[in-house]
Design a protein around this ligand. Structure first.
Ligand SMILES: [Mn+2]
Length: 300
């Protein structure tokens, strides 16, 4: 493999307009993609009609109560239908890039949406969750799901949110089965980030998983890819040790390209202009920090 280009995405959240725009940009530029890696949260989570229905019947716009209603309550069957429909449309759109997809599930992926992704036969998809795959020179390990946020609720609400000890158990098989092989480029893909602290003049946020950080110190991958925290699209590129990439949410028109030349990795973060009336972008974009994230973001 002399030159290899990977399109890296995360947190699509059903934004088909952003995906179609990306596909048309790549084809206009004649940017050939050899592999697509998606770090979770592909299905839609905020279908406008379902959200309106929730607001009408509950007279509230509480994120916690909406999440509970669609995963554990009466909204579930309609929500799952919307998720399946969005997965179908998105996977069909990806086909025009003619590249295999490596997918790991995010916290919002319902069990049903994951089954659809796992059993998809119309194009080449490798579904990784506490498992690995070797594709040419690349060895990719994937861990799906995310840590449950105690600030939001007492118990996990989404299908793929886990208490810390459960999440850590999901990582153990990857930790124990790892065998060093210097002829392969190791990529670790997770939805949850490794343990971090984000600190600027206005705030200090701690997040991520110490179990993922421990895994990274054990396997020393060449590249770690994660998503979930839409706030911090970032690249920390290192020549001799592990590089980190959070491509940012495609829901908000972020994506990333990773180019591998021999064993050199070159990462670039990209952002497209969003459509003005894109409700999915509007819902998520207020969370994004735009100024110099790398400077304030540290892995701990
Ligand atoms: Mn997520």
């Amino acid at each position: 493999m002399s030159f290899f280009r990977i399109l890296v995405l995360a947190d699509i959240h059903g934004n088909i307009r952003a995906l179609n725009k990306l596909i048309s940009i790549l084809s206009k530029e004649e940017t050939k993609i050899d592999l697509i890696i998606i770090a979770g949260d592909l299905p839609i989570t905020t279908p406008i009609r379902l959200m309106s229905r929730f607001i009408l019947t509950h007279a509230s716009l509480s994120k916690r109560r909406y999440t509970e209603w669609v995963y554990k309550g009466l909204g579930r069957s309609k929500f799952v239908k919307k998720q399946l429909k969005s997965v179908n449309i998105i996977l069909k759109s990806f086909k025009s890039l003619k590249a295999p997809i490596v997918y790991i599930p995010g916290n919002v992926d319902s069990f049903e949406a994951q089954e659809l992704l796992k059993n998809w036969t119309d194009s080449e998809i490798y579904f990784l969750d506490s498992s690995e795959i070797i594709l040419g020179q690349l060895r990719i390990k994937g861990i799906g799901g995310a840590l449950h946020s105690f600030e939001r609720s007492d118990t996990p609400l989404c299908d793929m949110e886990f208490e810390p000890h459960v999440f850590s158990n999901r990582i153990t098989p990857i930790m124990e089965s790892h065998v060093e092989n210097t002829s392969l480029l190791d990529i670790l893909v997770t939805h949850e980030p490794p343990s971090f602290i984000y600190h600027n003049s206005n705030m200090e946020i701690k997040g991520g998983s110490t179990s993922i950080s421990n895994l990274i110190s054990h396997i020393k991958p060449n590249l770690v890819i994660f998503g979930h925290y839409h706030e911090y699209p970032l690249v920390k590129q290192k020549r001799e040790s592990t590089s980190y990439l959070c491509p940012g949410p495609l829901a908000c028109y972020y994506y990333s390209l990773v180019e591998i030349h021999k064993s050199e990795i070159e990462i670039s973060l990209k952002r497209m202009n969003a459509f003005i009336f894109d409700s999915i972008n509007i819902i998520y974009s207020n969370r994004i920090h735009k100024n110099n994230v790398e400077k304030f973001f540290k892995f701990v």
